[in-house]
Design a protein around this ligand. Structure first.
Ligand SMILES: [Mg+2]
Ligand SMILES: [Zn+2]
Length: 187
């Protein structure tokens, strides 16, 4: 008997969970996207795994360290738990790379930077995920591209602090995670 695969919602971080100020890394700069926790509460009504998936090329660019990203993510979780006690991410997947970085070990053309799918496939193996019934919510067209490359559906949100080109392949284009959650629960 094979264990039943679980469906997941992959959540881009900057511009979806917290306001994207551009290379945001200081916990003191962390501001949740308004209504975001309402979206998480809606998704908690169903049995989705939550996977945070974030390109953090600021690490390769020498703007901040991986441990500073961890501290930011800790503060993010702390603030979410003020609204949703016991909330957890089933996995947190970070790409630290960029081809034009300045830190040699991270300055590579990797397969995990979105729209690459290595972080998705790693999480899928780790958590035994059913990607065909999973979703990715992001604020960039490359997030939607990643979703499609991995066989998922991608929803683009627009009120996360930055305006990016609209994806033509998005399943939906909506203001926030709350609106995206409503769409996911209907499908
Ligand atoms: Mg983003
Ligand atoms: Zn990478």
């Amino acid at each position: 008997m094979t264990a039943l695969k679980r469906k997941a919602v992959f959540l881009d971080r900057d511009g979806v969970l917290n306001i994207d100020l551009g290379y945001t890394y200081k916990p003191s700069d962390l501001k949740l996207v308004p209504g975001m926790t309402d979206g998480l509460k809606l998704l908690l009504q169903s049995d989705y795994a939550f996977v945070m998936i974030s390109n953090q090329s600021g690490i390769a660019r020498g703007m901040f360290t991986a441990s500073q990203v961890d501290s930011f993510n800790d503060e993010l979780l702390r603030q979410i738990r003020c609204e949703i006690p016991n909330f957890k991410f089933d996995a947190v997947m970070i790409c630290p790379h960029h081809l034009n970085g300045v830190i040699p070990e991270f300055s590579i053309d990797c397969e995990c930077r979105k729209p690459g799918i290595k972080l998705v496939t790693d999480a899928a193996l780790q958590l035994n995920l059913d990607l065909a019934n999973s979703w990715l919510i992001g604020d960039k067209d490359t997030d939607v591209e990643c979703a499609i490359n991995a066989g998922m559906r991608g929803i683009q949100v627009t009120r996360g602090g930055k305006q990016y080109p609209q994806s033509k392949k998005a399943f939906a284009l909506v203001p926030t995670l709350r609106d995206a959650a409503e769409i996911i629960l209907k499908h």
